[in-house]
Design a protein around this ligand. Structure first.
Ligand code: SF4
Ligand code: FES
Length: 212
């Protein structure tokens, strides 16, 4: 987010859900919505790391006359005069479709099932590759470990359908400081079960109240 006190920062005016809002040049639609207390659901977003657009749950609709398109709000830069809708029928339909896809990717995640149920999504029409999978490969844990903790103890390993998140070469990581930040930010609960494999034995259990 840009510095609001910088006199060189330009203000951008637009509408969210028919409400006029003001943002600074360089903000995203999601950042602006949060400033105004407008809820947009997210999974792979954390305000302290670069967005990746991995989960697509944060979709919103931009309308101009009869024309409209759906964009990812955590990566979409604000623009003067645009009209954003965060809970339109089209947005809800896309979100439900996204949740179905995510349920197929990580069907064993209790967190994801609870979120999907709030949108009336209790199953998926997409093929489930691994009924035990909890990770949606959003990479948030990797970005937090690298960009906030600064140790890069976890990464994505393998390719295609064999891709997983873990320590490099899937061996216990000497870089891991067992801070538990990856567990705290993981939106699906997958990192809870993976941390022991990442850090190996001999590390203390991270304190459950640690926050990033
Ligand atoms: S372990 Fe969690 S945070 Fe990391 S990639 Fe998987 S779902 Fe995302
Ligand atoms: S929160 Fe925007 S794509 Fe995941």
């Amino acid at each position: 987010m840009t510095d609001q006190n910088d006199p060189k920062t330009k203000s951008i005016h637009f509408m969210i859900n028919d409400q006029p809002v003001e943002a600074q040049e360089g903000w995203t639609v999601l950042e602006t919505a949060r400033q105004y207390g407008i809820h947009i659901p997210t999974l792979c977003y954390h305000e302290s790391v670069e967005p990746s657009g991995g989960c697509r749950l944060c979709v919103v609709e931009i309308r101009e006359g009869k024309w409209s398109k759906v964009v990812i709000s955590c990566m979409y830069p604000v623009q003067e005069g645009i009209n954003i809708y965060t809970d339109s029928d089209r947005v809800t339909n896309v979100r439900r479709w996204v949740l179905e896809m995510l349920l197929a990717e990580c069907p064993a995640s209790p967190e994801l099932k609870t979120l999907a149920a709030k949108y009336g999504v209790t199953g998926t029409r997409f093929p489930i590759k691994n009924p035990e999978e909890q990770c949606m490969l959003c990479g948030l844990c990797v970005r937090v470990c690298r960009e906030i903790v600064g140790v890069a103890a976890i990464t994505t390993i393998g390719r295609g359908v064999h891709k997983i998140v873990g320590a490099p070469y899937d061996k216990p990581s000497e870089a891991c400081v067992a801070c538990g930040s990856c567990v705290t930010v993981c939106p699906t609960g997958a990192m809870r079960a993976r941390l022991d494999r990442v850090r190996g034995s001999g590390h203390p259990t991270p304190h459950s109240s640690q926050q990033v």
